[in-house]
Design a protein around this ligand. Structure first.
Ligand code: 2DT
Ligand code: MG
Length: 212
């Protein structure tokens, strides 16, 4: 019974284009909250290894097939996510189903089709979207050799993310856009403020974790 009264951890997702600064900010936020950092794709599982070789361009897969693998990669981690949150530990997650939708829609798949396999996954308490225009992201340099790391494609992804944001908000999710064009420390500050605002309101009303 005391298990039920223990506060669960917060589930916070960080999204954005490649080079928006997600890895650094996830690391900083996890440290700040004493939370567990995780990321998708989780490349170490059997499914994750298939995703990794697809991203590294050493294998080819149909757009639909890789979309479903990304989703399956989340589903195989759901039990561990719940276990962590139920134990009272918060999670800061680098990419989630919103990347799944945005990247696949940018290839021309339908929005509704892309959304379906992730229905029922835990809904984050808060999603922080590190927003940066594709030109600025590209100018930061360091695009690697991975699939999708091209200016033209990234511009489409940013458009797709704005549709995802509207959809999430329409379904009662908390989505906060952060200007990722500021300095690292300013972005860290903005993130911490947004998290503070969101988590204090969750504490007050005791909202349970929802579902996508
Ligand atoms: P990283 O560079 O962050 O490791 O991401 N992606 C990611 C998808 O296409 N679908 C998904 O569901 C997820 C989670 C975004 C690797 C690339 O994989 C893309 C960039
Ligand atoms: Mg990348």
């Amino acid at each position: 019974d005391h298990q039920h009264r223990r506060k669960r951890g917060f589930f916070i997702v960080v999204e954005g284009l490649d080079r928006a600064g997600k890895s650094t900010q996830v690391e900083r936020l996890a440290q700040h909250l004493n939370a567990k950092p995780i990321k998708f794709p989780e490349r170490t599982t059997a499914i994750g290894q298939m995703i990794n070789s697809y991203l590294a361009q050493t294998s080819e897969l149909d757009d639909q097939a890789i979309h479903l693998l990304f989703s399956a990669n989340r589903w195989e981690c759901v039990a561990a996510i719940h276990k962590t949150l139920d134990a009272g530990e918060s999670i800061v997650c680098d990419r989630y189903a919103f990347s799944g939708i945005a990247y696949s829609v940018s290839k021309g798949l339908s929005y509704d089709w892309c959304r379906h396999p992730d229905i029922g996954l835990p809904l984050p308490d808060l999603t922080l979207f590190l927003d940066l225009d594709a030109q600025t992201a590209a100018a930061r340099g360091g695009y690697g050799e991975e699939r999708y790391e091209k200016l033209e494609f990234q511009a489409k992804v940013r458009e797709a993310f704005s549709r995802v944001a509207q959809d999430v908000k329409a379904h009662g999710g908390r989505w906060v856009t952060i200007d990722a064009g500021k300095t690292l420390d300013q972005v860290t500050d903005d993130i911490q403020r947004a998290v503070q605002r969101a988590t204090s309101s969750i504490d007050r009303v005791g909202i349970k974790l929802g579902r996508l």
